[in-house]
Design a protein around this ligand. Sequence first.
Ligand code: ZN
Length: 431
Amino acid sequence: MLASSIMLSVRIICLHALAIATSAKNFPAQLKEHCSNNPAGPLRPLAHHTTCPPLVDDDTFVPSNPGPWSYPPTCVIAASRTNWAPSSKKEKKLCAYTASSIRGGSALSVITTTEIAASMSAMLLDPDIAWLEKQRGGVSLTDFRAEAHKVQRITGKGLGVVATEKIRRGQVVMVEQPVMVQLADWEPLGWKKSEVVRLLREGAAKLPPRERKRLFQMAHRGMGDIVDDVVRTNAYQAFVDGVEHSALYPEVARINHACKPNCIIRHSSTTLIMEVVAYTDISPGEELSVSYVPLNLVSDQRSSMLKGQWGFNCTCPLCSDAKASTASDDNRNRVADILKMLGGGSGLSSGALRAAVAEMEDLVAEEGMAAQIGDLYGIVADVCLTMGNLGMARELAEQTLDVQRWYAGVDNERTTKALEFWQEVNEMKPV
Ligand SMILES: [Zn+2]
């Protein structure tokens, strides 16, 4: 029922281009030796949080001790090892794993390396993630009302999700586990496209009927293999053990795009749980929206990205109002100019820096870009370090951490990077 229009649940791989642009690719991290751990794990760890999970592939799968997986995985060996770390001598396998139920809920298929699958095991076997709820500081994973919204037909868009009651800013309106997770950067590591597609199809085929149906109902562009197409069209970026993956969330994918959305997504790198959080107060009858493109883009950039990647022309309130769109572009260009000015202004006083940050904050608020303010603070904090202004760098690093915890999630990759930066600047000595 969804396939008739790619407008209804298209998706963005990365919601925050600034964060992506400023973070170095951790490549080829997936070749590191296992075993990893769960860095955001509970304060009182159980045995399976701290023991090293075994590597499981098609040769080593033990039916009597399958871990979280319900079937022996299907694996392929890379044909080339050109881009592998020199220390990596072993054959590396990419495998399709399926768990028929995670945490008593929906099923999941994962296409990834044996090392990353081993790291995921403890997380997938953990039935109790209450410790994470506590970390979130009052926003419980169960503190949402599924009946607060419903799927319905939206004029000109196919299906969409509409509020059935008043939803307050900050309220978690949707929580979902992924049905499919795929290693993102497999190509440079020597696996063939045809083999990866075979694994995707295998992963889809082993999902129980309910999840398989949800996956095949997701929007796609009609190009190439349907499962690969669905992943390309709908996947969100998800970091597993610090390595980039693409993850499918069928319910979240029903939410349509708006350039000034009333919801944002928050993603847990520890549990892979996706939350949709109200970004503004939402009235009954109002359609829920998220932005498929980075919030800071100007209209030309947004329309080109939306048309190019998802094949539709945006008709959201901002794009439909030429005057408002021009004013918005001016504000967003001004934010970019401020960052450029700061980057080139080595002699700026603290007063000038603070004035620039204050102007940026006003523009960000006006443009509904608050979910990106952490990334912007991070960029300015870097500039402050370059200028030798350690005091302000520390101040901004702390603000970055605070807002990333809220907007990105307490255990999101972006928050982890903000925490590392905060620790780094706090250990620095003034010169
Ligand atoms: Zn728009």
